[in-house]
Design a protein around this ligand. Structure first.
Ligand code: HPA
Length: 248
């Protein structure tokens, strides 16, 4: 069974034939909402809306540990996350879909690890490759099958939010090598790795990052929402193929 975490623009998964919802409690508290079980093209899928089904949980308040733990408790192996981002690299225009390959973490104060107790030996997971290469590959194949243009690779910079960035912060991120900026990529990816889940992200560019192109003076979120709504058609089609490929 494949798990899908939906972000802004994907609080529900229209292509999912829902069979049931389940509230799961974890040692880390409650996930963002009940897990939604169902089928896509006759394959079992579980879906979780990262910001809650009414989109009420801001990025820095999301209980990432409970979300990933709940999915892990189902004994599944693969998690695809969908996340909206601001585009920094000039070819990452609004509406682009990117499969990032690297992350830089600028978040702070989030509960970001399961290894924070003193009753076990100190553990440092390897995070050289933050995303699962095989799951990334499946997403690239899914895009190909769906005839959806995507960008293969890019560095995701995870910021704290919930405010958007200043133009100078975006300049700094670019100097760091960041291609796209979002608020939810971390600690989600690291927690998935700690739980040995095969995790990769479909990043959807909702807007030019602050200070860039049409966001030179401000980011207009209304425009960004319209962009996301349109792009999610392609993302859904990719997910349908990803589920099919995963079942093979
Ligand atoms: N910055 C941070 N997170 C985002 C943005 C952005 O410009 N767009 C969508 N998520």
């Amino acid at each position: 069974m494949l798990a899908i975490i939906g972000g802004t623009g994907m609080a529900q998964l229209a292509c999912l034939e829902v069979s049931n919802r389940q509230v799961i409690r974890t040692p880390y508290g409650e996930p963002s909402g009940p897990l939604t079980f169902g089928r896509i093209k006759d394959h079992e899928v579980v879906f979780l809306a990262r910001h809650g089904y009414g989109h009420t949980i801001p990025p820095h308040v999301v209980n990432y540990r409970a979300n990933l733990w709940a999915l892990h408790s189902l004994s599944l192996t693969r998690v695809i996350s969908v996340a909206s981002v601001g585009g920094i690299r000039s070819d990452l225009a609004p509406g682009s879909i990117v499969i990032p390959h690297q992350i830089i973490d600028y978040t702070h104060g989030r509960k970001h690890t399961y290894y924070d107790t003193t009753d076990r030996p100190v553990t440092h997971i390897d995070f050289t490759e933050p995303y699962c290469p095989l799951t990334r590959e499946r997403l690239l194949q899914a895009a190909d099958r769906a005839r959806q243009a995507i960008i293969d690779g890019g560095v995701y910079g995870a910021t704290q939010g919930p405010r958007l960035e200043t133009a100078s912060e975006i300049d700094r991120l670019e100097r760091d090598g960041v291609d796209m900026v979002g608020m939810t990529g971390m600690p989600e990816a690291a927690l998935a790795k700690e739980l040995h889940l095969c995790y990769a992200t479909i990043a959807v560019v909702a807007n030019h990052a602050a200070g860039r192109a049409t966001s030179a003076r401000a980011i207009h979120l209304k425009d960004a929402h319209a962009v996301l709504e349109k792009a999610m058609v392609g993302v859904r089609s990719m997910l349908e193929w990803a589920v099919e490929l995963d079942a093979d």
